[in-house]
Design a binder for this molecule. Structure first.
Ligand code: AMP
Length: 259
């Protein structure tokens, strides 16, 4: 497995591999089974698997959230190697946002509802970095998690609007045995916070916005940002809560049988 820190290096490594398909799995690291499910799918479906590892400053609102984001590159590289990743693209912030950077991709409507309302600029950061990762690695397929349903929908729109020749693959949310959706941010929860966080999947499992709001209102010490049905593909009941200083999002698809 190769680790590339620069765009030039990554392009040079990928150039001879373009006769076969390339699958890209964008991540911010602190890998867990959710990430690994995307990597395994990419491994099964492509000749070459690229994982990007980049904690994108442009999609974080607060400096403190960015600084506190869990990082463990060494462990991530070992896990990536284990599941058969061919190339890790792990650039610095300066590499992705060189001095004078001023070109942004804004998925205007989709990017301003739900998460976008509570995290202004978040999806602009996401869409911009994902398009840049696409232009650097030029994948045939790109893998995202249903866990971040709105992000997947934003990328779907980006691909359609800009006529990108990339197949979007969205894979089901991986959960712990207690129902909590795996998230790198779960590592930031104290044991009692984690216990309280379980109210979110419990509420969403009702598949009914009113019932979910009632369930959350009855649970201790959670601040609810929103619980809403979103007309995505597939439609979802999505929610965001804050538990202490950690913000968690989750959703359940309202059609089909994916979890
Ligand atoms: P992140 O590192 O949090 O940016 O996530 C990288 C990718 O993994 C995104 O496409 C996420 O939607 C996906 N992902 C994160 N958590 C899960 C999960 N529990 N199940 C499935 N995919 C996930």
């Amino acid at each position: 497995m190769r680790v590339c820190r620069t765009i030039t290096e990554a392009r040079a490594e990928l150039a001879p591999l373009r006769s076969g398909t390339i699958g890209l799995v964008p991540t911010m690291g602190a890998l867990h089974e959710g990430h690994l499910s995307l990597l395994r799918a990419a491994r099964a479906e492509n000749e070459t698997v690229v994982m990007s590892l980049f904690v994108n400053p442009a999609q974080f609102g607060e400096e403190i959230d960015l600084a506190g984001y869990p990082r463990d590159d060494g462990h991530d590289f070992a896990l990536a190697e284990e599941v058969g990743v061919d190339l890790v693209f792990a650039p610095t912030a300066e590499e992705m946002y060189p001095r004078g950077f001023q070109t942004w991709v804004d998925v205007t409507e989709l990017g301003s509802i739900l998460e976008g309302r509570f995290r202004p600029g978040h999806f602009r950061g996401v869409a911009t970095i994902v398009l840049k990762l696409f232009t650097v690695t030029r994948p045939d397929r790109a893998y995202f998690g249903q866990k971040d349903a709105q992000q997947a929908q934003v990328i779907r729109q980006l691909i359609r609007d800009l006529a990108l020749e990339i197949e979007l693959r969205v894979l089901p949310t991986v959960r712990d045995s207690d129902g909590l959706a795996l998230s790198s941010r779960n590592a930031l929860l104290a044991p009692d916070e984690r216990e309280r966080a379980l109210a979110l999947p419990r509420a969403l499992a009702t598949r009914d916005a009113e019932a979910a709001r009632a369930e959350l209102a009855a649970s201790n010490g959670l601040i609810v940002d929103y619980v809403e049905v979103a007309d995505f593909d597939p439609p979802v009941l999505a929610g965001a809560v804050r538990v202490g200083s950690t913000r968690l999002i989750d959703n359940v698809p309202l059609e089909g049988d994916s979890p």
